[in-house]
Design a protein around this ligand. Structure first.
Ligand code: NAP
Length: 246
């Protein structure tokens, strides 16, 4: 198994893309920590499913927008498993709104979770990875962070910020054996996109591969980036969008 003996933390692992990443990381052999914010039952279900594959798992409640909670989670995980090898910064929210009616709270909540959350988790994991001289950090950005989208100024700013963060850290941590990459998904079928998909019946016609993405489409890339096969890849932003942005 490619990830045997590795310990992986996935933020927002209870649903959607994060859930799929948790399951695929476990299938590849990793012990997986399923972080969540409010949906305890869903997170426990993911952890039980992983244990059925025969790998250790733990559902862990922490609001990644809160530095102290992110720090406590990483310390507890390190105490329990003795190491942290892979961090997938997946948790995210959307509060879509045109700028003129976007409140400071809508702006602040999205930046706090989607961008500052990544600082909170990565800072608290980097020291373990530096000591191990091995680590994989995989950030979930979005095509919107590269191309923008009307009604998503807060979300696009956070996702573009993730791209800058990824490139800066790839340079900063490369000499310590740590790779840092980002995935930029297009339209993936999850709770987050269901309102948009319901309103846009013809969305598939704008995608060259003529279908929406699945959470697994993203998870397969995350597992690849975590594996030894991706040892020489760092600082990259990899699109998983069915050709949507061509
Ligand atoms: P989703 O189905 O809405 O799931 C979001 C996950 O994030 C849930 O597990 C949720 O936990 C968790 N979460 C939210 N706020 C959190 C916080 N403060 N602390 C910890 N966990 C938190 O979303 P998704 O579609 O799978 O999206 C996953 C990531 O991919 C996001 O970063 C999103 O921006 C990005 N993305 C998605 C798409 C898409 O088309 N779906 C496209 C591009 C990028 P609870 O279950 O506890 O609420």
């Amino acid at each position: 198994m490619e990830l045997d003996g590795k310990v992986c933390v996935v933020t927002g692992g209870s649903r959607g893309i994060g859930r799929s990443i948790c399951l695929e990381m476990a299938k590849a052999g990793a012990a997986v920590v399923v972080n969540y914010c409010s949906n305890e039952n869903a997170a426990m279900d993911v952890a039980s499913e992983i244990e059925r594959f025969g790998h250790p798992s733990l559902a862990y409640k922490a609001d990644i927008a809160d530095f102290a909670q992110a720090q406590r989670m990483m310390e507890d995980v390190h105490k329990k498993f003795g190491r942290i090898d892979i961090l997938v910064n997946n948790a995210g929210i959307a509060r879509d709104m045109l700028l003129l009616i976007m409140s400071e709270k809508d702006w602040g909540d999205v930046i706090a979770t989607n961008l500052t959350g990544i600082y909170n988790t990565t800072k608290n994991v980097a020291r373990y990875m530096i000591k191990q001289r091995w680590g994989r950090i995989i950030n979930i950005s979005s095509v919107v962070g590269i191309y923008g989208n009307a009604g998503q100024a807060n979300y696009a700013a956070a996702k573009a910020g993730i791209i800058g963060f990824t490139k800066a850290l790839a340079k900063e941590l490369g000499s310590r054996g740590i790779t840092v990459n980002a995935i930029a998904p297009g339209f993936i079928k999850t709770d987050m996109t269901s309102p948009i998909i319901e309103k846009n019946a013809a969305i598939e016609e704008k995608i060259p591969l003529r279908r929406l993405g699945t959470p697994e489409d993203v998870a397969y890339m995350a597992v690849f980036l975590a594996s030894a096969r991706a040892d020489y890849i760092t600082g990259q932003i990899i699109g998983i969008d069915g050709g949507f942005t061509l």
